[in-house]
Ligand binder design. Structure first.
Ligand code: SF4
Ligand code: SF4
Length: 56
């Protein structure tokens, strides 16, 4: 299980600093989560203004 960032992402960057394992990075048109590193903690979803990080 891992969180995934949807196309709703506005690339604000708020989630990147919240991730305890640095699994989030800026992609070409949105931020992306490294599924292999994600712990499923939900911290990114808690700070996102547009609810882009979704549990799969
Ligand atoms: Fe990082 Fe937690 Fe979001 Fe996974 S769910 S990307 S571990 S903040
Ligand atoms: Fe995208 Fe939400 Fe992360 Fe901002 S907090 S970069 S909108 S996923």
């Amino acid at each position: 299980m891992a969180y995934k960032i949807s196309d709703d992402c506005i690339s604000c960057g708020a989630c990147e600093a919240e991730c305890p394992v640095e699994a989030i990075s800026q992609g070409d048109d949105k931020y992306v989560i490294n599924a292999d590193a994600c712990l499923d903690c939900g911290a990114c979803a808690g700070v996102c203004p547009v609810e882009a990080p979704q549990a799969e």
